[in-house]
Design a protein around this ligand. Structure first.
Ligand code: ATP
Length: 495
């Protein structure tokens, strides 16, 4: 859906809106989630937890958001987590040099290019300032994106808000490995907030300064990168791979990707397949997804191999997840800095495990699902908007409405509402406005089913069940409602 439609819907129904918005000078890049936005966000995390973390036998943790400076010395963030910035000499506005050039030439510009190379490109391509159109810029500088703070009354303990959720996974690895299961491969996951001092936050949730990440770090023995017991289940499954500098997506089976060394091994191919299948279950069509291979200039400083998982939206291709083969970079760095032994003893060897990372953005996933699920439809004279979200990421599975508030209908509707909650469903209740308006309101935010309690309910114990997508209605016995909703939710039945 066009960006304006997403933003209008978000503001109109308070899905998300700027943080501290009543203050004119509030900094940009911070967003609040209202009840519907928050609910969809939770569903996305729940789906990720079920499909990737639990089904793949991983464990999940919750770590601190503030970590001491030593952690980021070891991880390399203090030295390398920089963006190139450039200042316009005329209006003094700041911009990210790589993005400014990329917008001008409509091509990818690696952020890791040397500052003098970026200076030259700005000149060669006659890049102008997006604010005042001036063409005179200061020299490009590197800017560290971590948000620093000082701990304690004396403030002598430098620390940072985490720029990615994964560092605590590396810090906790040894304890979890020893105390939890004690063998590789071990997948450790975490969903939470990360913080980056982005120079130019933009496109609402797509580039924020405080944002949600759901990250998975898969620790494995590098000598066993081709030993994956479940590989047969994906062997012939085709991945949408866009090989480095190829400019086109190719469908390549996991088996071929691994055997032809397009990816470093079966372990990598297997988890890339899991990601593609996961987003497909969230309703993203396969033709709108790709894994873009990054070349050495584009990869993060810690990665040996990176596949950016991208989805095509109205704004173009958006990176939702970075799939990084981080090797032993992080554990080795922390072992050296902390002087602790972070190696394991397995398969008759002592070694530092390697890591394959699946680092996804929660809010970018939310934005993308809104973009892809938006529908505008005309039936006769009537026009309606709805979000065709699959039940598992819809904000609520169903809504319950009393047709009117009198004659016991309100009480009956509340009783059904509570019983559906007891059954484990997420349910929305609305008693205000005409029934048509209530249907329109829940369609607009993607609630797939609505239950209406009317006078017949009081007579024969049936309710009206309505489908968001087809707008069809059917009578259902109250005692059969939860079973039917369950079947609809798990796609065992269609409406
Ligand atoms: P970009 O190149 O767009 O700045 P990145 O490559 O720096 O992103 P990663 O460090 O790989 O991003 O982070 C992993 C994921 O976290 C991204 O794929 C994205 O979904 C999410 N993410 C990163 N930065 C932001 C941000 N500023 N706002 C929202 N989500 C973000």
């Amino acid at each position: 859906m066009p960006k304006e439609e997403v933003n209008n819907l978000a503001l109109r129904r308070a899905l998300f809106f700027p943080s501290a918005e009543i203050y004119a000078n509030a900094p940009s890049g911070f967003w609040e989630f209202g009840p519907i936005g928050h609910a969809i966000r939770r569903r996305i995390i729940e789906a990720w937890r079920k499909e990737l973390v639990e089904k793949e036998g991983m464990i999940e943790i919750s770590g601190a958001q503030i970590l001491p400076e030593d952690v980021f010395k070891a991880s390399g963030h203090l030295e390398n987590f920089n963006d190139p910035i450039v200042q316009c000499k005329k209006c003094h506005s700041l911009a990210r040099a790589d993005k400014l050039i990329a917008d001008k030439i409509d091509d990818i510009v690696p952020e890791s290019l040397a500052t003098n190379e970026l200076d030259a490109m700005i000149k060669d391509h006659q890049v102008s300032c997006p604010k005042c159109k001036g063409k005179d810029f200061d020299k490009v500088k590197k800017f560290n994106m971590m948000m620093g703070l000082a701990i304690g009354a004396t403030g002598d303990q430098p620390a940072y808000l985490r720029p990615e959720t994964c560092q605590s996974i590396f810090l906790d690895f040894k304890r979890l490995y020893k105390n939890w299961r004690g063998d590789l491969p071990l997948g450790i996951a975490q969903a939470g907030k990360s913080f980056r001092n982005e120079i130019a936050p933009r496109n609402t949730l797509l580039r924020q300064r405080e944002f949600g990440q759901m990250e998975i770090e898969l620790f494995f023995d590098p000598e066993r990168i081709d030993e994956v017991p479940a590989f047969d289940s994906v062997s012939d499954y085709e991945l949408n791979l866009m090989l480095v500098n190829s400019g086109k997506v190719q469908k390549i089976s996991c088996k071929d990707a691994a055997s032809k060394k397009i990816v470093s091994g079966k372990f990598i191919a297997y988890y890339i397949a899991c990601v593609q299948q996961f987003y497909n279950k969230l309703g993203v069509p396969l033709e709108k997804m790709r894994f873009r291979g990054l070349d050495k200039d584009e990869k993060a400083f810690y990665a040996k191999e990176t596949w950016d998982f991208e989805i095509e939206t109205d704004l173009g291709w958006i990176e939702l997840m970075a799939c990084n083969y981080r090797t032993d970079h992080d554990l080795k760095g922390h072992a050296e800095q902390s002087k602790q032994d972070l190696s394991v003893n397995e398969n008759g060897r002592k070694f530092i495990p390697h890591v394959f990372e699946l680092s996804a953005g929660i809010d970018r996933t939310l934005y993308t699902l809104l973009d892809l699920s938006f529908r505008k439809e005309k039936r006769g004279k009537e026009e309606r908007n709805y979000l065709k979200l699959p039940p598992r990421v819809a904000p609520f599975l169903c809504a319950v409405f009393p047709l009117v508030k009198k004659d016991g209908l309100l009480e009956k509707a509340k009783e059904i509402y509570k019983s559906l909650i007891d059954y484990g469903f997420d349910v929305f209740f609305d008693e205000k406005g005409s029934i048509g308006k209530r249907y329109a309101r829940v369609d607009e935010v993607g609630i797939p089913f609505a239950v209406t309690v009317d006078y017949d309910t009081m007579e024969d114990g049936t309710v009206t069940l309505r489908s968001r997508d087809s707008m069809e209605q059917k009578r259902v016995k109250v005692e059969e409602l939860s079973g039917l909703l369950w079947d609809l939710k798990s796609a065992q039945k269609s409406f």
